[in-house]
Design a protein around this ligand. Structure first.
Ligand code: SF4
Length: 489
């Protein structure tokens, strides 16, 4: 069997994935989605832009004929060419495995190797901005394979990251041993008859082609990883004390949990109530909720605010505000849209003009992003403090108020999950913040106005969803408070 760098990369993200990739039923894999496609396109674009800095040779061989690729690469190395792109390095690993390494660049350096008074070092181009462990392990894998081919360990290896002018030097003395250990574990998992256990984590599972398959299993098992706040560390702690089901967790005494790492302070009582909420499928008031005077109730005029951004362009291209006049019983949505990046300043001013028309209205938003962005935009466009501070003082983070007060039977405290639980639906079922980034890019490329319309609709629905969540929270907390008042009289 061939083991390549992608196997090790995926193994570090999730031990289960390479097992399914090797032994799973491929018909159960999700089809490629737009987001994954965008990541792949971004990766290719980044590679191509970095490669323009190099004058490289490329081995010539029939597709996927790795033996021929390795021979052609060896020939280029023996000739001593400066840079080799898409070189192929093969070496055996125990009896059953062959390591297949294809570093983005092999770079010639002074030194002594099988080829003469030169050697090669591996360079990998990565889309991330930080030298994550998984990247360093991958480049150490290339270095190890290269060692076997050229007869000497490269002195160093490099990562070329996004938005960094300088390459990042990888400490091979540290990373080759770690990589060897990961490689060893990887082969044990592949050889095991049993797939590693599921752990659903939004961050790593979202772009995985086994997501629907794994999620269906986790859902049917009421797997604890579906509970918000259960991290791998906390999950392992629970397993160690034989708390493996939702029911057992919901009934765990706090004294059992309070000394476990990851369950300190308010975390344990909050998580147990979260489990009770999931088990009983109903909302609970948290122990120690925010005092009711900190919860914002209704105002005669309320503004609901949501931003769409394109992080790669450092651009906030859509500022949406829903104005709700409770006394006149009217609603109006304002969509300040930068059809081209240069219009950001204009929409910023339009936003300020609108919110200043209602100088007493609270401005509700979901999560801290809107607050931070308004501060950033004020700085960027030199807006005086006297214009922006009174606006910021009116911001109310519905997410913060909700997560400090209640536990809901949801798998995530993202706006979408909460609003859907309340019964709110987005008009475009498939829309998401990440897809809006993709669609805005497409709009800039194609001029297809329907894409802008979908984004505006999505942004409006986000504002309306924030309103529904806020109204629900106010009602629920008030009712719970009244019940407590009656019970204590
Ligand atoms: S969906 Fe998640 S748990 Fe399943 S294989 Fe993919 S990353 Fe692993």
């Amino acid at each position: 069997m061939l083991i390549n760098a992608e196997h090790l990369l995926q193994y570090q993200r999730c031990k289960r994935r390479p097992f399914l990739d090797t032994h799973g039923d491929r018909s159960q894999r999700d089809p490629i989605n737009e987001l994954l496609l965008k990541v792949q396109q971004d990766k290719i674009a980044h590679h191509l832009s970095v490669l323009t800095q190099f004058t490289y040779h490329q081995p010539d061989y029939p597709p996927r004929n790795w033996q021929a690729g390795a021979a052609a690469t060896l020939e280029l190395m023996q000739q001593g060419v400066e840079y080799i792109h898409k070189g192929v390095l093969l070496t055996t690993y125990s009896e059953e495995y062959t390591l297949l390494s294809r570093p983005d660049i092999l770079m010639k350096q002074p030194g002594t190797s099988n080829f003469g008074d030169w050697m090669y070092v591996p360079v990998n181009i990565e889309l991330g901005k930080r030298p994550k462990q998984e990247y360093q392990v991958v480049v150490a894998f290339h270095a190890q394979t290269l060692t076997m081919v050229q007869g000497v360990t490269p002195e160093t290896a490099w990562l070329i990251l996004r938005n960094k002018d300088q390459g990042y030097t990888v400490d091979l003395c540290r990373w080759i041993p770690q990589m060897q250990q990961i490689l060893e574990e990887f082969t044990q998992v592949i050889e095991s008859p049993q797939a590693p256990e599921i752990f659903i984590s939004r961050q790593k599972c979202n772009l995985c082609h086994w997501y629907s398959h794994c999620y269906a299993i986790a859902h049917s098992q009421q797997h604890l990883s579906l509970l918000p706040g259960i991290t791998p560390v906390r999950y392992n702690q629970l397993q160690a004390i034989s708390v493996t089901t939702l029911e057992s967790f919901a009934n765990t005494s706090l004294s059992t949990l309070e000394n476990l790492p990851g369950f300190e302070g308010r975390i344990a009582p909050k998580l147990v109530v979260q489990a009770q909420s999931a088990l009983e499928k109903r909302p609970f008031i948290l122990p120690d909720p925010l005092p009711t005077e900190y919860l914002t109730f209704t105002a005669p005029i309320e503004l609901y605010f949501d931003i769409e951004a394109q992080p790669d362009l450092n651009l906030h291209y859509l500022l949406g505000v829903l104005v709700v006049d409770r006394q006149a019983n009217t609603e109006q949505f304002y969509s300040f849209l930068a059809e081209k990046p240069a219009d950001e300043k204009l929409i910023w001013q339009q936003f300020l003009d609108l919110v200043w028309q209602y100088p007493k209205a609270p401005i509700y938003h979901f999560c801290v992003y809107e607050f931070d962005t308004v501060k950033q935009m004020a700085k960027l466009y030199g807006t005086p403090n006297s214009s922006v501070n009174p606006v910021l003082n009116r911001f109310v983070d519905v997410y913060e108020q909700l997560t400090q007060s209640v536990a809901l039977p949801v798998e995530s405290y993202a706006l979408k999950a909460i609003a859907r639980w309340i019964g709110f639906e987005w008009r475009d079922q498939e829309a998401s913040g990440a897809k809006c980034i993709y669609w805005y890019d497409q709009w800039l490329e194609t001029g297809d106005r329907t894409l802008l319309e979908i984004i505006q609709r999505y942004n409006e629905d986000d504002c309306r969803a924030t309103r529904r969540v806020k109204d629900w929270l106010v009602k629920f907390v008030q009712e719970a408070w009244m019940e407590t008042e009656v019970a204590t009289k």
